[in-house]
Design a protein around this ligand. Structure first.
Ligand code: MN
Ligand code: MG
Length: 690
């Protein structure tokens, strides 16, 4: 018998309630029963033994076209990502348990230079750079995926691209809460759910037909995030309601077990309509046997979820149902093991265990690979890998200075200033001659990559020297389009309040060092709004929660908002250029729900940036003087992490003093915020071949 658990555990530990204990105990019970039968009645009676069958569910999620173990922004290998490495985990997990299926929980087609290369080539010649099938599907077809669901990022390049690209998948897609509309009428599109019929052997080697129901789901927030592309063409409904509707139907069509395959994370336990992250709620639906999640780029089971009620992180369950979420970019493989027993005509789950297997581990403070890349899969991806490297290195322009975001959360930043300049010139040109031309124009931009939970490589870092396509993607990570919203001075102030969620509240009564950045909030929430100046007081509590609800009505972190040197009045009117994501309600910024949008254009901001750079040839990035921290007392110490290899940048900023090197490749600095802004200009890196 093949071991059902990943690790070989001595039998006495199994029986004493280890991670796989429950699972092993029920298997042992069934085997013992079979042996007793065999002794009493002889081997011929084996068909009378209650049938017990193991099933292993393998799952990936949020691959975001990270097929190769390669960082195209830095043009170097990266052991922490890539389906070629996850594939090695898939191979060994399949060898351990031949009764398996392989699923993907979505966010596949966008999010890496390979995806941009494929989409760029599709726009130019209708292929994907390497032929008529998207490289993601070349790889996944080869790995024999059994089913997948649609993530929110699948819509980023528009519906025609998605529909054309999906044709390359030789496995079914499911999403129960999406409807395709054709002139207002629903039409056949992606199946809500399917039944996979698989012939598997039970623990005595006898073959059985197993009917596995799979219900898909996608965050309904796509209708906000890609509103311009989806309005009138897609309708998205509540996830839990749609899943529940399909459970009974699949059961009546003969499903033995039901797996929910949902591009959703684990969010609040109370249920609200159209909630984005409903992993918890899915485990409470009657008839659901296992839940495969994604979207939040986290790992379940893992310590990140200790506070989830009714979660058993040893067993990998929530409310007794096995749940798995496999990180992002191929970092993990989700593995759910089920023991099924035939009860009446159908199989049902009697025991389960879930875990997420990583492609890397930390050893002696360093991240090291656990598995190598699968050579056969790497070979299949090789042509698109090469095409991506060539595409990523296409030269566009030059910069004389280094453009980076290592300090972008500490004040005015040249990378953010560069985006401000380019978008301001684009917007001014577009507004010329319109009836909105006279209204003051502000531009919102942020650093997309500024450290945080994605670690040491998650920074924009360009030049000095040639600027290539990969650098533009590095500077502006998402294929957002450009929108202009019209807001009042009062609304503008609330927008700014929401941006300050990236900062922790600093306790002025404490003399111990305290972190400045709240790592749970994405860095790109710090929209920096060009055209005004303002001060952020981090000693004040945050005013808003992540849903854009006021949690402290007396809290104000934003001070001294000035336009043209005058305090901004509540009734003054401004135009703010931003991206479609923010304008339509991304991250729940107050007042931004699409209703304020006065202009939007279909081309991506990446294209706007590329074209501007190409036209100029020489790029001059400069920080604008926009915002600063309200000075703290000299006795209060806040900390800020910078990659250890960037000591020159840190030592040139007079506010920073080295504290300690951390195990994750970062160095922690104490930041002196008693004076502002830095007295010395930040240096450029000496010229080198990059
Ligand atoms: Mn994702
Ligand atoms: Mg997602």
């Amino acid at each position: 018998m093949k071991p059902i658990c990943q690790t070989q555990v001595p039998m006495h530990r199994l029986l004493n309630g280890s991670a796989c204990g429950q699972l092993a105990r029920s298997l042992i019970a069934v085997l013992a029963w079979a042996q007793i039968f065999a002794v009493i009645n002889g081997p011929l009676a084996a068909r009378d033994v209650p049938v017990s069958l193991q099933l292993r569910i393998l799952a990936t999620t949020d691959i975001h076209s990270n097929l190769m173990d390669y960082d195209y922004y830095r043009d170097q290998p990266d052991i922490g990502v890539g389906l070629v490495r996850t594939a090695s985990l898939i191979k060994s997990a399949r060898a351990q348990q031949p009764n398996n299926i392989l699923l993907d929980a979505g966010d596949l087609l966008q999010g890496a230079p390979l995806a941009d290369m494929a989409q760029h080539r599709w726009m130019t010649d209708g292929g994907y750079g390497i032929g008529a099938i998207h490289p993601d599907y070349l790889a996944m077809n080869r790995l024999n995926y059994d089913a997948a669901t649609i993530g929110n990022h699948e819509f980023n390049y528009g519906l025609p691209y998605l529909e054309a690209t999906l044709k390359g998948a030789r496995f079914p897609y499911v999403s129960a809460n999406l409807v395709r509309l054709d002139r207002g009428r629903p039409r056949n599109w992606i199946s809500p759910a399917i039944i996979l019929k698989r012939r598997f052997r039970d623990i005595l080697g006898r073959p059985h037909l197993l009917q596995i129901g799979i219900i898909g789901a996608t965050p309904p927030q796509i209708m906000t995030w890609d509103k311009d592309k989806l309005t009138g063409k897609i309708d998205a409904r509540d996830i839990t309601v749609s899943v529940r509707e399909n459970v009974g139907r699949l059961k009546s069509e003969g499903a033995d077990i039901i797996i929910v395959l949902a591009h959703t994370g684990i969010g609040p336990t109370q249920t609200r309509p159209m909630e984005e992250n409903v992993g918890y709620q899915l485990t409470k639906i009657r008839g659901v046997d296992a839940v495969v999640l994604g979207h939040s780029h986290q790992v379940f089971p893992s310590d990140s979820y200790v506070s989830v009620p009714d979660a058993d992180l040893e067993q990998g369950t929530i409310n007794g149902k096995p749940v798995v979420m496999a990180g992002y970019f191929g970092s993990h493989l989700g593995v759910i093991d089920l023991v099924l027993k035939r009860i009446g005509k159908r199989f049902g789950v009697v025991a389960s265990h879930a875990e997420a297997r990583s492609i890397t581990k930390i050893a002696d403070g360093k991240r090291v690979a656990i598995v190598d890349a699968d050579p056969a899969l790497s070979k299949i991806i090789e042509p698109s890998h090469k095409a991506t490297i060539a595409y990523a290195k296409t030269p566009i322009a030059r910069t004389d200075s280094r453009i980076h975001t290592y300090l972008a959360l500490l004040g005015d930043n040249h990378a953010v200033g560069l985006v401000h300049d380019i978008l301001r010139s684009y917007a001014s040109q577009k507004l010329r001659g319109t009836n909105l031309e006279g209204i003051p124009l502000l531009i919102a931009a942020s650093a997309f990559k500024a450290g945080g939970r994605y670690g040491v490589t998650n920074y924009t870092d360009i030049g000095p020297g040639p600027i290539q396509v990969r650098n533009v993607i590095d500077l502006y990570l998402y294929p957002n389009t450009f929108s202009i919203v019209k807001v009042t001075g009062a609304e503008l102030r609330e927008w700014l309040e929401m941006t300050t969620r990236v900062f922790e509240q600093v306790d002025v009564s404490k003399s111990d060092p305290q972190p400045l950045i709240d790592l749970r909030v994405p860095a790109y929430n710090l929209d920096v709004i060009d055209g005004i100046t303002y001060t952020i007081d981090v000693t004040q509590p945050v005013r808003y929660d992540r849903n854009g609800k006021i949690i402290r009505s007396d809290a104000h972190r934003i001070r001294d908002v000035l336009h043209d040197g005058h305090p901004v009045g509540d009734d003054e009117v401004f135009l703010v250029g931003t991206n479609n994501y923010r304008a339509e309600g991304g991250d729940n910024f107050p007042g931004l729900d699409g209703s304020h949008t006065v202009f939007s254009w279909p081309e991506t901001i990446q294209d706007i940036i590329s074209r501007d750079m190409q036209a100029k040839g020489d790029v001059h990035a400069r920080p604008h003087q926009i915002w600063q921290f309200a000075p703290l007392d000299a006795g209060v110490h806040v900390t800020f992490d910078i990659p250890s290899h960037e000591t020159a940048i840190a030592s040139a900023d007079p506010r920073l003093e080295k504290d300690v090197e951390l195990a994750n490749g970062m160095t922690r600095y104490r930041v002196n915020l008693s004076r502002n802004p830095p007295e010395k200009p930040l240096p450029d890196r000496p010229a080198q071949d990059r």
